[in-house]
Design a protein around this ligand. Structure first.
Ligand SMILES: *Cc1c(COP(=O)(O)O)cnc(C)c1O
Length: 248
């Protein structure tokens, strides 16, 4: 095969586009951090890989992304084996049904979508059974939109405190999906609310809450607002992979 037809990352136009878009997102993160007076290293980029085929995800990992977020256990399980040799860190960022806990635990290093004590207890029991630890975040519905999962803000600190003491779970912070609004002030207020809740959890001094510093918030459309309000992890999909053709 002639050299220039070899399907490597260098010659594959899709992979070249992906690397270019990835660099553009890194630049947005850097600028937003600078604007907020924060070190760029304080904001980690997670790629949200829902609906992306494993080849595309591999290209992103090979371009340097270490942190992936998957929405569905089905996709975690389907892509896990094809990514294993690259050993990315994969978090579950979508709703977890209790009957899928075992499958999720095979591939996820962290479950960001814990929104009930029942789910957390189930995760904890399963971790005890298979003798492993698990990072978890509590998902908070800061906008109150009915279409969104997550515990209500008024219940968030109590849930975080209850989760934090469960065996084998390590509470690392809080996660949210920003309000679906064109008004920056509305979106930003939600992110600020999550930051306040995280501060309350840390300040509580309750057992197991000392490591809960993460604020997983901000996506392709609102990562600047999230970083301005203290995001430590932004979850980006379409800005890197392009618009999804089907709802994910
Ligand atoms: C899809 C998704 C993202 C990324 O959204 P984009 O708008 O594609 O950047 C982030 N977090 C969650 C929970 C998602 O489902």
């Amino acid at each position: 095969m002639p050299e220039d037809l070899t399907p490597t990352a260098q010659h594959d136009p899709d992979a070249t586009d992906l690397v270019r878009r990835l660099e553009a997102v890194h630049e947005r993160v850097r600028q937003a951090a600078e604007h907020a007076g924060r070190p760029a290293e304080d904001v980690r980029l997670m790629l949200a890989t829902k609906t992306q085929p494993v080849q595309t995800v591999r290209a992103a990992v090979q371009a340097g992304v270490r942190l992936l977020g998957e929405n569905k256990v089905q996709e975690l399980v389907a892509k896990g084996p094809g990514l294993a040799d690259l050993s990315p860190t994969v978090h579950l960022i979508g709703h977890l049904q209790s009957n899928k806990v075992n499958a999720a635990l095979r591939w996820a290093a962290c479950v960001q979508s814990v929104d009930s004590l029942e789910l957390a207890e189930r995760l904890s029991r399963r971790c005890e059974a298979v003798d492993r630890d698990l990072e978890v975040m509590v998902q908070v519905n800061v906008s109150g939109e009915e279409s969104k999962y997550g515990v209500a803000p008024a219940q968030a600190t109590a849930l975080a405190a209850a989760v934090a003491v469960l065996p084998r779970l390590r509470l690392t912070g809080l996660m949210t999906i920003g309000a679906n609004s064109d008004e920056d002030a509305v979106v930003r207020a939600g992110f600020a609310g999550l930051a306040r809740l995280r501060d309350e959890v840390l300040a509580s001094g309750l057992p197991g809450t000392g490591a809960a510093h993460e604020l997983s918030m901000g996506m392709s459309g609102d990562l600047e607002l999230a970083i301005a309000e203290g995001a430590t992890m932004v979850r980006v999909g379409s800005a890197v992979f392009g618009q999804r053709s089907v709802a994910g």
